[in-house]
Unconditional design. Sequence first.
Length: 115
Amino acid sequence: MPALRSHDQYNTTIYALDDRYRGVFGRRDVLFMHQDDLTARGLAHGDLVDIETVTPGRKLRYEKITVIEYNIAPGSVAAYYPEANRLLPLDYIDKDSGTPSYKSVPVRVMRSGSH
């Protein structure tokens, strides 16, 4: 899961709740998912989900986030930072690519309240 910035954001300074790049207005508590991934998990655009980081020895969670259908690579999800920072272990580095956690961290997505 990469953490990304919205249109009206400079680093961690958020100037507005609108992201005209991605068509999100008035909020930042969203998770972007490909339609095929939504369907495979029995989810629909607008459902509430919980996200959990999948790394050994940790349970980092972001609860009650709204899933949004978006043309993102299948098998990937994305959320805004700094809101999604709670999912990013500071010491996690991908063993294959060497990518730091803020660029890619494995997560589990589940319907909110189903765990």
